[in-house]
Design a protein around this ligand. Sequence first.
Ligand code: DCM
Ligand code: MG
Length: 331
Amino acid sequence: MCAAPESPSRPIETFVFMDLEATGLPPSQPKIAEMCLFAVTRHALEHPQYRNSFPKPVPLFPRLVDKLCVCINPDKPFTPIASSITGLTNEAFARNKKQSFNLHILQMIAAFFSRQHPPICLVAHNGCGYDFPLLKAELCMLGLLALEEIYCADTIKAMKALDNENQLHQFGYQPNPPGSRKKYALHDLYFKFYKVYPLNSHNAEGDVITLISVFQQRARDLMCWMDSNARPFNTVKAMYKENERDACISKTPGNTQPFYPNRLQMHSQQKVATTRSPNPFPEDDDEPADNHIPLNNRMTDELFIIPDEIKMILVLFLGLIIAWIALKNPV
Ligand code: DCM
Ligand code: MG
């Protein structure tokens, strides 16, 4: 396997598993509502403890893990689907007086990374399609230009690549009938390995725990793939750009003097241009966000954003066409 041009020059030492919960899916320009990072060392992943279990031992969850889980007031309405699957509501954030995505979050992320042994790689399931560009969008809105020396890798990409490469089909869950499309949604992968569905889906911490548990099942292969294929987080394109930077900073009570720690490079300009990039990864054409189909399929999500009135008009229009065809062609 040849290394991607910008992959780390030496093996990754720390894998920071990440999951974000947010107000919805693109193109709704979602805002982050919950962020969870678990930092696990290569050593811990290479030397797991095992619990005896039939038919084979199960790796125990790593014991030495740095964890950062934060609730973030998204300052944007949740879509009904996002609210229903996550259990998060705007009222709850308001009632609990949670702060927005502000400079404190930047400080927390930077401090968290500062304590990890480099090279560091952010790992997320469908990260290239959702979590990385969304995090980048929020960071850009605060004026962050770059997160230095941090790589990122998407576990769906890694698993698909490994399945194609070695034909062992070690990841893709093949439902019946045989030959149907393999599934890489997180809860399906977990079911494949553990024969039960995970607890706490669509909860950032729950999803990170599920992802690490799945990762542990094939940790060496996945880490090896990431050593060669992780890319700098700085090359990630923001999911969208909004002229909201100043609003974000001023909205939050308790913002102190800006403090920009190591690894963070801030914009010198005050404002960020208002443009949207519809596909944050133009080169990543193969990855629908199939980690986002658990309760409702993607078709339903897309239809959901068509207003009901338009749907009614379309249905009426379709009915009229069918009636007209039936009248023109009497049996
Ligand atoms: N999401 C959504 N609709 C879905 C699936 C996900 O709006 N059917 C959004 C809300 C979730 C976010 O994506 O907070 C992250 O998804 P996940 O919980 O799968 O990590
Ligand atoms: Mg999640």
